[in-house]
Write a protein that binds this ligand. Structure first.
Ligand SMILES: NC(=O)c1ccc[n+]([C@@H]2O[C@H](COP(=O)([O-])OP(=O)(O)OC[C@H]3O[C@@H](n4cnc5c(N)ncnc54)[C@H](OP(=O)(O)O)[C@@H]3O)[C@@H](O)[C@H]2O)c1
Length: 246
């Protein structure tokens, strides 16, 4: 008997960590469904990238039922083996300045919380039958900014990532008996477009390993959390930051 092809739904695949994660899972034989606001990014040059992409804006929670229905149509056996909630936004002020409490208005709060937290809960809720059928794994992408004040990440971003860490524990608690695991990964400074000017100095001063992380190093941890070697890990948050949190 040939082994069933595994399916992953990954939000925010058009660049950065999401991009690297798709490439790794594809190299291991997985089928990938991707979500982002863009219709399609020409940078996503993996096989069947265009057909497997679903356009949705996760800031608009009314789009999630349609997104889930489209995902469901594309799963041949009704099984979703991994859900990776990676899409995230980190709005900045003028000249990429940090948005503190005084600089953050209600619209920014709503947008950041919808994309970074609320949409992840609603996607998991909508696709629970498919995750349960596969005994699937959820990986939420949090951040070092969720547990300590970060010089570049804004207040809404930091609060959203702390909330996502808490949501991960809630998911692990609630979904464990369904056979669905939920974990988080908390990257530090990873070489992607989300980084701010001044990151090199921050890395030199604060990261014991003295270098940025590579998106591939994050992807490898996500892969571990979605496969058998991590089969008893549930409700964990793994730091991927070269020791920046110590
Ligand atoms: N890079 C780091 O150092 C670092 C550190 C800590 C945590 N993280 C976290 O890691 C995750 C990925 O970060 P990254 O650096 O790879 O980010 P990135 O390069 O900015 O990519 C973000 C992805 O999210 C998608 N996205 C943004 N808003 C969206 C929306 N409203 N609806 C749907 N998709 C949306 C983007 O695609 P579209 O533009 O096409 O929508 C893009 O594919 C994020 O959750 C981030 O907070 C990153």
């Amino acid at each position: 008997m040939t082994e069933e092809r595994r399916y992953m739904l990954l939000t925010g695949a058009s660049r950065g960590i999401g991009h690297a994660t798709v490439k790794l899972f594809q190299s291991k034989g997985w089928r990938i469904l991707t979500v982002s606001r863009q219709e399609f990014s020409e940078e996503c040059a993996w096989p069947s990238a265009r057909e497997s992409h679903i356009q949705a804006d996760l800031a608009d929670l009314s789009q999630i039922d349609r997104l889930a229905a489209t995902v469901r149509e594309r799963l041949p056996n009704g099984r979703l083996h991994a859900l990776v909630n990676n899409a995230g936004i980190s709005p900045k002020g003028p000249e990429k300045s940090r948005l503190g409490v005084m600089g953050t208005d209600a619209d920014v709060w709503t947008q950041v919380l919808n994309v970074n937290v609320v949409s992840t809960a609603l996607i998991a809720r909508a696709l629970m039958p498919e995750l349960e059928a596969a005994k699937g794994s959820i990986v939420n992408v949090t951040s070092i900014a969720g547990t300590r004040v970060h010089p570049f990440a804004g207040v809404a971003y930091a609060a959203s990532k702390a909330a996502l860490g808490s949501l991960t524990r809630e998911m692990a608690h609630e979904f464990g008996r369904r056979g669905v695991r939920a974990n988080a990964i908390a990257p530090g400074e990873i070489e992607t477009s989300i980084l701010s000017p001044g990151t090199d100095e921050l890395v030199a001063a604060e990261v014991p390993m003295g270098r940025l992380g590579d998106p591939r190093e994050v992807a490898e941890t996500i892969y571990f959390l979605c496969t058998e070697p991590s089969s008893y890990i549930n409700g964990a948050e793994i730091h991927i930051n070269g020791g920046q949190h110590v």
